[in-house]
Write a protein that binds this ligand. Structure first.
Ligand code: ZN
Length: 188
């Protein structure tokens, strides 16, 4: 795989403190920092999504939702892990999702498609958290927008795995819909 620095973009999904060391920490997430940084160094165009909720968000357990409080606006937990060298990228786009309603996909009620198309992005390479929720929803939406040109960076994702195989099953579903799996060694 050879990266086209103009037409390819890296999309880092929800690599935020609450999903790494906080209230919804995903096992193995922090170990992804060096490999995501390697990917950041390979792409000129980098986009990142953030889960960003108001207080008393409907996805929180005390509001009847499935998740502990996480990624509340203005908290440390909402911030992207400072180990990521995002500012090394030539072009950085950040979108926030899920402010009022739960949104797993980085494309739900955000300007991400518009922004990527304005940048003339043709292929999307996706990594981040978590494989079985926001990665899966984002990849499936990306396939609708970018056809077969969506790649899942399987060495730079980690799963919640409420059931032990959730991450694996999500990868099978994404591949079945047309996402191609890559690891860093597949790039020139
Ligand atoms: Zn959330």
């Amino acid at each position: 795989m050879k990266i086209d620095r103009e037409a390819d973009a890296l999309l880092i999904v929800d690599f935020q403190n609450d999903f790494i060391t906080g209230s919804l920490a995903v096992a193995g997430a922090e170990e992804l920092v060096p490999v995501i940084n390697q990917y950041i160094g390979m792409f000129d165009n980098v986009a990142a999504s953030r889960d960003r909720h108001k207080e008393n968000h409907p996805s929180f357990i005390d509001q009847g939702g499935p998740w502990p409080d996480h990624c509340v606006d203005g908290t440390f937990g909402m911030e992207i892990h400072t180990g990521l060298k995002l500012l090394d990228s030539a072009s950085l786009t950040i979108v926030d999702k899920g402010r009022y309603e739960e949104a797993y996909s980085a494309f739900t009620n955000t300007r991400l498609v518009y922004l990527l198309k304005a940048m003339k992005i043709k292929r999307l390479f996706i990594c981040g958290l978590a494989t079985d929720y926001c990665i899966k929803a984002t990849v499936l939406d990306a396939l609708k927008e970018f056809g077969s040109k969506v790649f899942l960076l399987t060495d730079a994702i980690a799963a919640v795995n409420i059931k032990p195989d959730d991450g694996k099953i999500a990868c099978i579903e994404m591949a079945a819909q047309g996402a191609e799996e890559l690891i860093i060694g597949d790039f020139e």
